[in-house]
Design a protein around this ligand. Structure first.
Ligand SMILES: Cc1cc2nc3c(=O)[nH]c(=O)nc-3n(C[C@H](O)[C@H](O)[C@H](O)COP(=O)(O)OP(=O)(O)OC[C@H]3O[C@@H](n4cnc5c(N)ncnc54)[C@H](O)[C@@H]3O)c2cc1C
Length: 565
């Protein structure tokens, strides 16, 4: 299908407009760069940031004395020995400055007696999490940044642009090729610096907490452009995703704020609080970190002590209606509309794919191994090691976004724009403009098959048999997908978009499953049933590289790239 090609030139291209992308765009523009901020969704309304609920971890010490080094100690402990320490340090040390900048920009962090309130969260040694309110912190972060983006000169914005591939020329990334979803036309963007801020990969899993544009595009884009990924085996499952009864109009991870405020009891089908079996006696409090809670819940289910729908119970029956209403006001009415009365009944919860600890390997300036390619936010691997603490992800998005914006602006100042050569663009343009193939493909069914495989065989509890079976299914699906895109490539062609998404999802799924198969130990979010011990010799990160169309997984000393800078 012949279509006009639009061309855009910019100093800095930012791919993805979540917290990381918007902060990066503002910082780069503030330092004098021309910025093109694009998103496959609407600007500032796709991805995870706008869905985040409550906690933002930062050592402000506004109510209880704190220091970033305490936050770092907790982050490293949660990461089970695998954090890329320079990145973790950056997150913790620079967190306060970004959080205070957000306050200056008008976010309105919740306050008590004039001081910014900080809540306790599992794995933190003191109250450290700021919030706007208990269900709407993410929307407030997004709205604040959207407003600043709109007020900042030098930022052009475009939604409905999905990046299909980065453009690599003379060993550097010099821009990207996008598909305009509304017309099916290609858009070529030339940039002196490109920031991948595309968020995580949880769409790979059947039950997930994120939006449908979180299929791990950025990881696949970076891999194909030559940048390594690290820690891909560490997918975080949110332990208490809502399972039953049916809940309409609310987020599946909505129970976390209830637990922050009221504790709540996690019970098996005998009515027992079972956390003590897995190392922590909760006794109505909320202290289990996410990796341990996920493990405990799945083990209770496996032992036949689960709830009817395959999870466990979360109960607030010991709380009075007045206490619940005081804590959650109108949310109680929304639950009532779903026939849920927390004073009389527990709900069923089970782990749900939520966040990715792994990602593109970067140094503390958010530079990858490939000149011209930077990363930010959840797309970056390593800061949280084998397990992320509650609240670290929004802070990571803001801090890493700011850093990436600075580095990109600096690169743009010292770099001349490169004319893009046709051979560097041809592959992506062909995929966008290809005619419909004779053989129809049920891409929606293929997405579901991949998600089911990942959930069943590459979930929190793994073994060699399951992982090998998952890799065989990924092989089959890759073969079925073929080289030529499905769909006719016209306006809003969702089949072509599914095909392009699957092209990325299959590569990323392979990276997760291969790294999980190679790591023959259990650590944090990666639990191997056939290798249950955590082993000293595995205190190494694994890097995944793309070599001649294949993935190569290799162990490397922890944080080697970050430490080398
Ligand atoms: C329901 C939910 C609740 C959460 N609650 C919390 C919390 O309370 N505290 C906390 O710290 N963390 C929380 N998290 C995690 C946190 O929100 C994310 O890790 C963080 O917001 C990621 O920010 P980001 O900017 O890196 O990515 P995102 O905000 O995910 O943004 C990525 C953007 O990239 C775009 N994109 C992707 N691929 C392409 C492409 N090919 N071309 C163009 N654009 C593309 C997407 O459309 C999206 O807009 C939560 C996550 C979820 C899903």
């Amino acid at each position: 299908m012949a279509q006009d090609v639009m061309q855009v030139e910019t100093d800095v291209l930012v791919i993805g407009s979540g917290g990381a992308g918007m902060y990066a765009a503002v910082e780069a523009a503030r330092l004098g760069a021309n910025v093109f901020l694009l998103d496959r969704s609407l600007i500032g309304r796709g991805g995870a940031t706008v869905m985040a609920q409550m906690t933002v971890a930062v050592a402000l010490g506004s109510e209880t004395p704190d220091h970033w080094s305490h936050h770092l100690d907790d982050t490293l402990a949660a990461g089970r020995g695998l954090c890329s320490e320079p990145l973790s340090r950056l997150l913790c040390e620079e967190g306060p400055a970004c959080i205070l900048q957000m306050e200056e920009w008008g976010i309105g962090w919740a306050r008590r007696d004039g001081r910014i309130t900080q809540a306790m969260a599992p794995g933190h040694d003191r109250p450290r999490c700021v919030y706007v309110d208990f269900l709407n912190t993410g929307p407030a972060v997004s709205k604040t940044l959207r407003t600043v983006v709109n007020k900042t000169g030098g930022i052009r914005k475009a939604g409905d642009l999905c990046i299909v591939d980065l453009v690599r020329q003379d060993d550097a990334v010099v821009g990207a090729v996008a598909l305009h979803l509304g017309s099916g036309a290609p858009v070529i963007i030339s940039a002196k610096a490109t920031i991948v801020a595309t968020g995580g990969l949880t769409r790979l899993y059947r039950r997930n907490s994120a939006s449908s544009n979180m299929g791990g595009d950025g990881y696949a884009l970076a891999l194909r452009a030559g940048a390594p990924l690290i820690d891909m085996e560490f997918v975080q499952f949110f332990p208490i995703g809502h399972l039953a009864p049916r809940l309409v109009g609310m987020d599946p991870i909505m129970w976390d704020p209830f637990r922050y405020k009221l504790g709540g009891r996690l019970l098996n089908n005998r009515g027992e609080e079972f956390a003590y079996r897995y190392g922590v006696a909760e006794d109505g409090k909320y202290t289990l970190t996410r990796d341990v809670a996920t493990y405990g819940i799945l083990k209770e289910v496996e032992a036949g002590r689960g709830s009817p729908h395959g999870g466990v119970f979360l109960s607030f029956e010991h709380c009075s209606e007045a206490a619940l209403r005081e804590a959650f006001g109108p949310v109680i009415d929304r639950l009532a509309a779903n026939n849920i009365d927390l004073t009389r009944m527990p709900v069923e919860v089970a782990p749900i794919a939520h966040y990715h600890m792994g990602g593109v390997q970067a140094d503390v300036r958010m530079q990858t191994e490939v000149p011209g390619l930077l990363v930010a936010g959840e797309a970056v691997g390593g800061a949280n090691g084998a397990n992320r603490l509650s609240g670290n992800a929004i802070t990571e998005a803001l801090v890493f976004g700011r850093e990436a914006g600075r580095s990109a602006a600096a690169r743009a100042k010292r770099t001349r724009a490169q004319p893009l050569r046709p051979e560097a663009l041809a592959g992506a343009l062909d995929l966008i403009r290809a005619d419909a193939p004779a053989r129809p493909l049920n891409t929606a069914e293929m997405v579901l098959r991949l998600q089911t495989t990942m959930a069943d065989d590459v979930g929190p509890l793994r073994d060699a048999t399951k992982l090998t079976r998952a890799l065989a299914t990924i092989d089959d699906l890759t073969h079925d997908l073929g080289e030529r895109p499905a769909g006719d490539g016209g306006a809003f062609d969702l089949v072509r978009l599914d095909w392009l998404d699957l092209r990325n999802m299959l590569v990323v799924a392979r990276a997760v499953a291969s790294a999980a198969l190679a790591r023959t130990e259990s650590r944090g979010a990666h639990q191997r049933e056939d290798h249950p011990a955590m082993l000293d010799r595995w205190q190494v990160n694994q890097a995944v590289r793309w070599r001649n169309g294949h993935l190569d997984v290799a162990a490397q000393p922890a944080a080697s790239l970050a430490a080398a800078q």
